[in-house]
Design a protein around this ligand. Sequence first.
Ligand SMILES: [Zn+2]
Length: 391
Amino acid sequence: MIELEWWHALMVGALFFGLGWGAGRVDLGAVVRSATELPRAYLRGLNYLLQGRRDEALAALSEAAEEHRAPPELLLAVAALRRERGEFGAAIAIHRALAKREELPESVRLEVAAELAVDFHRAGMLDRAETAYRALLGGPRDEWARAALVAIFESEREWRGALELLGTAPTPLPGAREHYAHLCCELAEEALAKGDLGEMRRLLEEAAATRGAPLRVLLLSGDLKAAEGLWEEALAAWQQIEGVAPAGLALVIRRLATVWPIEGRSTLLPTVRGWLQRHPEVDGWEWAVDLELENGCSEEAYRSVQAALRTAPSWQVLEQFFRVAAWRAPEPWRADFDRARDLLRSSLVRLARYACQACGFRAREHYWRCPACGGWGTFPPSRSLEIKERE
Ligand SMILES: [Zn+2]
């Protein structure tokens, strides 16, 4: 008898490892303890499993579990496995049946409620997921449920709801200050789009008070001033970025070359030249050269790009070098420089991308929230090149 129990426990252990189940969320000890009380139907299921007949194994295990009031840990494991296979209806049914059991200890009841919320979430039933997560707020799973709710709101771009959840957390979620500031900034951008500058100002003050996302807050503070027509104040806000996050000057130079009133752009040149002299690695050369050339300063543009090619060479700088070199080259060489630039530019358009530092997602645009992993502020404001080498 003792031998049989040993064998039995071993088999249940094999079930979990055989299914590729990370033991993380399952109390394997509890499963093994209860394994000695399991009916033969489980052995049939395990037998299928060891033969690689996973569908039949799961069917047998689930059926046996229903008939014999199996231990909740085992049911949780089977349900989670079904969910992993995309069988959301089955997972929900198991969790619902479990939730109806009256004798469940409180910790297991909580676990079942949490798993049910995950079922709804993964199945894309967001309204139900929201209700299920909300029911867990204020309890021992508050932080976990709150983070999941915030992710749901953010996936639907409901910044206000996410902000409220962050603001009412009993203990701040990880990275809360940065996160909170970004949410205020999202709402500030919406206010700007609606022309509600008073609301934008209020939101930016709220964001600034957190001291999170300083680059974005300064950029938007400048945008607010620009929208009010206070260009000098806009520039003053953007100038502070050099001291906070110099790489962010790329985003400023782009703004200056596109939104600043054309008649006043020549006054920006000394400021922009100073920035790039001190931080030649900033990915703003394209727009800086736009500003120089549109003001007839091809010689200055040539000298500063040439210096950058020596101190902080990059593909972007090289492209600008060909561009300004063409301007001052004698006729027979000019076309060659233009051709070299065109070649490089077509490659840059294809290959230069902003890249998320958290998950590696690459995008043509700069994002404040990564569309792939949902991370905030994970995109540096410089583009990088991905050149795949041939084997
Ligand atoms: Zn990412």
